[in-house]
Ligand binder design. Structure first.
Ligand SMILES: *Cc1c(COP(=O)(O)O)cnc(C)c1O
Length: 368
């Protein structure tokens, strides 16, 4: 039986082979007689699972030795507090607001520090990216926060800002929840990156944090021990019981990622090319249509989350019902934006994008 194509923004589709592998190992992992869910996190079996997941993350995301890899809990929204609790204190937090997620981050950070809204694309309906050269960065900021892919508005940084050249010595913090592992990261520009797993890395429950070593020891006194980066790092992400099954699944997703090829490219570099091709195919279709529309500026369109609108919004419900009947699931746009949204993460094959376009073409024809 073939499964439908699932365009959910998150929790999102996983590679089918990963689900099958997990199913095959569900009751007895590698002959040890236990499910991964039933193992002590201190036992040799789970320690090997966690080590292998971490090694894979380092390999595939090319995380340099200057940065720690942490598996935490609480998702992206917890990190909105955990980051200022760890990096905050005297000095401003420079926020770049480019959509709903960075807006949430700014609001939460303001509970723990002084937020400077250094740039915003609100006046453009969150459809553009403010040019970094125009950002009002503060002197001596604790950190500069961006959401490198706005999942709801479909706005992506295709190049990370180089804060040094913008006159800021602050570390750059990126919320890369919804495009982590879809493209390489230039770690030389990044102090800290965080992302919930449920978009591109696996099931909900584990949060990937990559943090430069010099940022481990700046926490405020009130930072909860379980959320102190230093504490989590020193305890190899096992200060408390980690989300064991989610870490195991994340490891399987990275094993799958390691096997991806595109010409001579492998891993993330290979999946990036596939992601470029999928997104290009869908944007070209939208741009060539007068029935459908994407409103994001061309230079910052997300490869992962593609919001689009029907010219006649009274047909939205019919569109969604027909899509679902055609095996195209969860295309409804976020309620704050409306319309539709196709999330095409790593696990979405080109065949899914083609099936969506075929359906959209047919829907338009039947509405004429
Ligand atoms: C989904 C998402 C979040 C929220 O993650 P939770 O795991 O629900 O806390 C934060 N930031 C971005 C960019 C997201 O896409």
């Amino acid at each position: 039986m073939t499964r439908p194509f699932n365009f959910s923004a998150g929790p999102a589709a996983m590679p089918e082979v990963v689900l099958q592998k997990a199913a095959a190992e569900m009751t007895d992992w590698h002959g040890c007689g236990m499910s991964v869910m039933e193992m002590s996190h201190r036992g040799k079996e789970f320690i090997s699972i966690a080590k292998s997941a971490e090694t894979r993350v380092r390999e595939l995301l090319r995380v340099p030795e200057t940065h720690h890899i942490l598996f935490m809990q609480g998702g992206g929204l917890a990190e909105n507090a955990v980051v200022p609790l760890n990096l905050g204190g005297a000095g401003a937090i420079d926020m770049i607001v480019t959509g709903s997620w960075s807006q949430k981050s700014a609001k939460e950070a303001a509970r723990y520090g002084t937020v400077n809204l250094a740039a915003s694309n609100q006046a453009d309906g969150h459809n553009t990216l403010p040019d970094p050269a125009s950002w009002s960065l503060s002197k001596g900021a604790r950190y500069v926060h961006i959401c490198s892919n706005e999942t709801i508005h479909g706005v992506e940084f295709h190049e990370l800002p180089d804060l040094k050249t913008l006159g800021s010595d602050a570390p750059l913090v990126i919320d890369f929840s919804s495009h982590v592992a879809s493209r390489p990261v230039d770690w030389s520009k990044v102090g800290l990156a965080f992302g919930g797993a449920q978009k591109n890395l696996g099931p909900a429950g584990v949060t990937l944090v990559v943090v430069r070593d010099d940022l481990l020891d700046k926490a405020m006194d009130i930072c909860p021990s379980a959320f102190s980066y230093r504490n989590v790092a020193d305890n190899e992400s096992m200060f408390n019981t980690p989300p064991t099954f989610a870490i195991y699944m994340l490891g399987l997703v990275f094993d799958w990622l390691a096997e991806q090829t595109h010409g001579t490219l492998k891993g993330v570099e290979a999946i990036e090319q596939k992601n470029i091709a999928k997104a290009q195919r869908l944007y070209d279709f939208l741009d060539g249509s007068s029935f459908y529309e994407n409103r994001v500026a061309a230079n910052c369109r997300s490869r992962m989350n593609i919001p689009f609108f029907l010219a006649d919004e009274s047909r939205n419900a019919d569109f969604l019902a027909g899509a679902s009947d055609s095996g195209l699931l969860q295309l409804k746009g976020h309620k704050s934006v409306g319309g539709m949204r196709a999330s095409i993460y790593n696990a979405m094959p080109m065949a899914g994008v083609e099936a969506l376009i075929a359906y959209m073409t047919e829907f338009e024809r039947t509405q004429a």
